[in-house]
Write a protein that binds this ligand. Structure first.
Ligand code: IMP
Ligand code: MG
Length: 178
């Protein structure tokens, strides 16, 4: 285990089996719909790579990059687009793939932003959700796991750009934040 990790929260096997379930649900819901998976970089990159391989219907992949926390663990609520999608999503079924919903501000912003392109539908798929941390109502159609208000890293999620490559999701030791 990484020496900065205090506790493994979700191990590889647990994540893998949940993603298989979400993939098969999406495959059923989107049969004949050829959806566009829009992955929010960088946190959702690992999740979406595994998710896409568990979807059995044809999908297209696109990516957005937005600014979020900086190196802090508290949401700024400020969302800035650094990289926009390249796909014309007018009339298309869109699934936003995000690593985690915390305040919900990022997802809410992305839903509204993408709806301006007149897609046929916009749904959201997040690996982790912190329901107690929501500051706005946000609709999540596909969800991996509900978690409490703790800060987690690994499997794409970072703290100051570190730990994204851990194959599990863990909680950092207290001293890492100080
Ligand atoms: P929101 O806008 O407050 O919902 O924040 C969403 C973004 O904050 C996510 O895409 C993550 O990049 C980041 N974030 C929120 N909670 C965590 C966490 O526990 N670990 C790592 N990143 C997090
Ligand atoms: Mg982040």
């Amino acid at each position: 285990m990484n020496q900065d990790i205090y506790r493994v929260f979700l191990d590889e096997k647990t994540i893998k089996s949940r993603i298989r379930e979400i993939g098969s649900k999406i495959s059923k819901d989107y049969a004949d719909k050829n959806p566009v998976l829009i992955t929010v970089l960088r946190g959702a990159s690992i999740f979406s790579a595994d998710l896409a391989r568990n979807i059995t219907v044809p999908v297209e992949l696109d990516f957005m990059s937005i600014s979020s926390y900086g190196d802090s663990t508290v949401s700024s609520g400020v969302v800035k687009i650094r990289k926009d999608i390249d796909t014309d999503i007018c009339g298309r079924h869109v699934i936003i793939v995000e690593d985690i919903a915390d305040s919900g501000l990022t997802l809410n912003y992305l839903i509204k932003y993408l709806q301006q392109h007149n897609p046929a539908s916009v749904k959201t798929c997040v690996l982790l959700d912190k329901p107690e941390a929501h500051k706005v109502d946000v609709l999540i159609e596909y969800k991996g796991f509900d978690i409490g208000n703790e800060f987690v890293v690994g499997y794409g999620l970072d703290y100051a750009e570190k730990y994204r490559n851990l194959p599990y999701i863990g909680i950092l030791k207290e001293e890492i934040f100080s």
